[in-house]
Design a protein around this ligand. Sequence first.
Ligand SMILES: NC(=O)c1ccc[n+]([C@@H]2O[C@H](COP(=O)([O-])OP(=O)(O)OC[C@H]3O[C@@H](n4cnc5c(N)ncnc54)[C@H](O)[C@@H]3O)[C@@H](O)[C@H]2O)c1
Ligand SMILES: O=C(O)C[C@H](O)C(=O)O
Length: 332
Amino acid sequence: MAKEPVRVLVTGAAGQIGYALVPMIARGVMLGADQPVILHMLDIPPAAETLNGVKMELVDAAFPLLKGVVATTDVVEACTGVNVAVMVGGFPRKEGMERKDVMSKNVSIYKSQASALEQHAAPNCKVLVVANPANTNALILKEFAPSIPAKNITCLTRLDHNRALGQISEKLNVQVSDVKNVIIWGNHSSSQYPDVNHATVMTPSGEKPVRELVKDDAWLNGEFITTVQQRGAAIIKARKLSSALSAASAACDHIRDWVLGTPEGTWVSMGVYSDGSYNAPAGVIYSFPVTCKNGEWTIVQGLAIDEFSRKKLDLTGQELTEEKELAYSCLS
Ligand SMILES: NC(=O)c1ccc[n+]([C@@H]2O[C@H](COP(=O)([O-])OP(=O)(O)OC[C@H]3O[C@@H](n4cnc5c(N)ncnc54)[C@H](O)[C@@H]3O)[C@@H](O)[C@H]2O)c1
Ligand SMILES: O=C(O)C[C@H](O)C(=O)O
């Protein structure tokens, strides 16, 4: 029997990530090749005509899994009945704007969209915040949607995770699919800590630690980390636009693994509401290694954290605590 369609909301759908993301969802990349979907696309009135153009293209693409499209500038219509919400919409940083100005615009958007999701989304809706500052936008969404379980609100650090896999694969000249269990700790910002201490590569003679294969701790503790931390900025410099296809693909990976589960023996990185695991600050959205099963994520426990890593986990945690304070000061 055919499955019931899942309703997937994409906010900011007229933007560049939205344009890359909606066809992936309609093709089954996010929820599986046998899962029909109904796309809900939200943007703001100045982008309504562009949004309608995206809707026209979705119709023209004749995706067999796509059972309906809602394209709207009405947040209530957009949120009604959605099972998955991918929050890409936000206010970009413009020349001359202070960090606080960008934060202020975005946290008020996330505060109001929190209420709409809380009141109108399907029960147990899974939320992924992509728009920056992703961790803090997700935290505000969580705080202002108290009836949505905290476990259902996450932010995207899978792009950083995938970037780390990509760097290791390039360095070792191995298939990216043979590299696993890197970790992104903390904030989706340049303070994030990409950690390879538990990462492995599948080789013809079995699974080997990344450190053993790379044999270059100076690179792993230096250039590798800064390359992953600065990759978003490097893409902006090269494209004059921020990452879009890789961000859209990572958003699909995040939701797919959350809903359908992570492979046995593999973890991924997700920004989730911190319970203080690994002495990260509790009460912020912090990126941890997680495994997923039956639609629930669980933080991987018991990994050894050396002194070098400890400092980096603390630094990015400190930044998140400061962002939280700044966000609240913007809202008050
Ligand atoms: N977490 C990550 O890994 C990651 C990676 C790349 C980009 N990003 C962030 O994702 C966001 C989107 O990037 P983009 O390149 O698609 O930007 P974009 O400017 O092309 O698109 C953003 C869209 O959001 C819309 N929008 C603005 N306010 C809105 C609101 N209140 N409700 C609904 N829609 C609204 C805009 O009209 C626009 O169409 C940015 O904040 C970017 O920094 C995050
Ligand atoms: O939009 C940005 O500032 C960069 C983006 O978050 C990215 O990591 O590519």
